[in-house]
Design a protein around this ligand. Structure first.
Ligand code: F6P
Length: 596
């Protein structure tokens, strides 16, 4: 059989097994392989056999396809899934934070800001690839001036490829829904950071009203009754049910970007059943880790009249099925903005000049929103512990902390900001001098390009969250280091630690342990750095954000096909015969409606 014959054979077999998506992927990856392997027929044959074996092995093992493992994930792969598996489906993304904020400048102009948000850095390349509409709260001071009369603006500004539809909120709505219920209630409830959640009836009412406002906007933006709606995060727990009521045929994929607590912790929320009911309006509920998916299922099992289908990772509730899966989020690969950045050497020089860092000092960086879940103070504790245990490091290490102000009107965030500034100041007084300041704390927003420049300049990147769904800073640092140097210190309580095993994994609550890990990082030789970084780069490249979105879209396509099949079957429903509703009678029904 020729090479193409082998391919065709594989594709036909898999398609006939009902694995059409998988067949397409093999055909994609095989085609890619063909162009490379034209010179080597023999190795091509090996590839075909190996690919087939891998598929069958994994298929037998999991009862699921391994489409994801066989593909180099890119914007093209996503477009192909949409075109082949979900033809004519309109993609609608819903999030609180918008991908582009227009702000007024002091001189009366308008500046464009890309917010410091993992959600935005992950979803933006996806939406660019899929087109469609992104619905979000318009919070910029110049947002209203740049939209058309339907509150829409085409983005990205330099090369528009999708529509941003802005939703306006009153001060009261913003206060109750975003600052109140989402960020003083759900945020501390879901993160183990020992900050007490605050639940107020008025916040809940605002949260419900704003979710309804977004549901109406989704309906208004939907071109037909069957869009694919990607609902993002804890701001919209009620939205999936509201969409389902208005657009029963929509596929609603909800992704919860933060951890989900165990059912005991979740039970303290006064509206726990309403939240679960809202989320179970989703066709798919996604989490970063299996652990959080399990916590969710456990909460449903405990508080809702439902059936848990463990083997299928699904919940059946109110006559509807929701898949509950883990899809580890990631970043664009290769990162588009890397192309515009200078060499690592040049980035080092620039950053050291800008922050006045001595040429011979090792540079540690931390980059995040100024949030109590990120463990910024714990990092300062570890630095002090390092200086106490290993005084020879004083003068030889500088810690640069970039912290984008976030939710700054809330007391917990104000308090954190003050504490960070106070502790940084103390460390500088205790261990610094005229020409040496061990801590540089910059509480300002930085553009993504500036952040990547810092990553490239760093000897060590510290990601020491007390609790984090995934944490994309860890993955961005790895992506930025095409020189395969630099050490990542990573909290065991960040979802990223499940994938980036070659990082130095730390417990942020243990300052002594963290200080020893910092010493290990400071003294690590280039060969070990290279070995660790290379492996982490392989992981982030293979599990990039296109794979994250692609896996969810493939699951959505399977659901849609199953739903279509069930609908047609139901049309031809007839009472069970004397032998009951067995396989034979089902087969007959399908024959009657033309299924082969
Ligand atoms: O971490 C959860 C999350 O929603 C992220 O997805 C996002 O990066 C961040 O919080 C956004 O915070 P905010 O929009 O409140 O500044």
């Amino acid at each position: 059989m020729t090479q193409y014959g082998v391919d065709l054979f594989l594709v036909l077999i898999l398609a006939s097994l009902g694995l059409s998506a998988l067949a397409i992927f093999i055909s994609v990856s095989r085609r890619r392989h063909h162009s490379r392997a034209a010179a080597s027929q023999a190795s091509g044959d090996d590839f075909a056999t190996e690919a087939a074996r891998k598929v069958l092995r994994e298929f037998e093992k999991n009862g699921q396809s391994v489409d994801a493992a066989l593909v180099t994930w890119s914007p093209d792969t996503l477009r192909k899934i949409l075109a082949d598996e979900l033809p004519d489906a309109q993609v609608i993304v819903v999030s609180n934070r918008e991908p582009y904020i227009h702000n007024e400048t002091k001189d009366g102009g308008v500046e464009l800001v890309v917010p410091a948000s993992g959600l935005v850095s992950a979803l933006e390349p996806i939406t660019r690839a899929c087109g469609g509409t992104w619905i979000a709260y318009g919070g910029g001071s110049a947002d209203r001036t740049v939209v058309d009369r339907n509150d829409r603006v085409q983005v990205p500004p330099e090369n528009p490829s999708y529509t941003l539809r802005r939703v306006w909120l009153s001060d009261d709505e913003y206060q109750g829904y975003y600052l109140g219920f989402a960020n003083e209630g759900l945020w501390p409830l879901c993160h183990i950071a020992f900050t007490r959640p605050i639940f107020r009836e008025s916040d809940w009412e605002a949260y419900e009203a704003v979710n309804r406002k977004f549901a109406e906007t989704v309906v208004a933006e939907a071109r037909n009754e069957r869009p694919i709606v990607l609902v993002q995060d804890y701001h919209f727990a009620l939205l999936p049910r509201m969409i389902r009521e208005r657009l029963p045929e929509a596929i609603v994929i909800t992704f919860w970007h933060i951890p989900w607590p165990n059912s005991e912790v979740f039970s303290i929320c006064p509206w726990r059943e309403r939240i679960l009911d809202g989320l179970l309006g989703s066709s798919i509920m996604g989490f970063h880790t299996q652990f959080h998916a399990n916590n969710f299922t456990e909460s449903v099992d405990r508080f809702m009249e439902s059936r848990i289908e463990r083997a299928d990772a699904a919940v059946s509730y109110g006559g509807q099925v929701t898949l509950v899966h883990s899809y580890p989020i990631s970043i664009e690969w290769p990162a588009e903005l890397l192309k515009a950045l200078p060499s690592v050497e040049e980035c080092r020089a620039r950053v050291r000049r800008r922050f006045n860092i001595p040429a011979d000092a090792k540079l540690c960086v931390g980059v995040e929103r100024l949030d109590y879940t990120k463990g910024i103070l714990d990092r300062f504790h570890a630095l002090e512990e390092l200086f106490i245990r290993h005084p020879e490091t004083i003068g030889n290490v500088v810690f640069l902390q970039i912290a984008a102000p976030s939710r700054g009107t809330l007391p917990a965030y104000k308090h954190l900001h003050e504490e960070c500034l106070r502790y940084a100041e103390e460390l500088n007084q205790r261990y610094g001098g005229q020409s040496y300041q061990p801590v540089v704390m910059v509480a300002e927003h930085h553009s993504q390009a500036a952040v990547y420049e810092l990553y490239r300049a760093a000897d060590i990147c510290l990601v020491t969250s007390l609790h984090d769904g995934m944490n994309l800073v860890a993955k961005e640092f790895v992506a930025s280091r095409d020189d395969e140097q630099g050490v990542l210190l990573l909290s065991t309580f960040a979802g990223a630690s499940r994938e980036l095993l070659e990082a130095l994994i730390v417990n942020p609550y243990d300052a002594a342990m963290m200080s020893e890990a910092m010493l290990q990082a400071l003294t690590m030789g280039p060969d070990e750095q290279h070995e660790r970084m290379r492996r982490m780069r392989d992981i982030v490249r293979d599990n990039n954000v296109f794979r994250w979105a692609g896996s969810m879209l493939l699951d959505a396509a399977r659901l849609r096909k199953r739903g279509d099949l069930d609908r047609v079957t139901a049309l031809y429903e007839r009472p069970a015969g004397p032998t009951g509703d067995n396989v034979v009678s089902m087969f007959e029904r399908k024959q009657a409606v033309g299924f082969r």
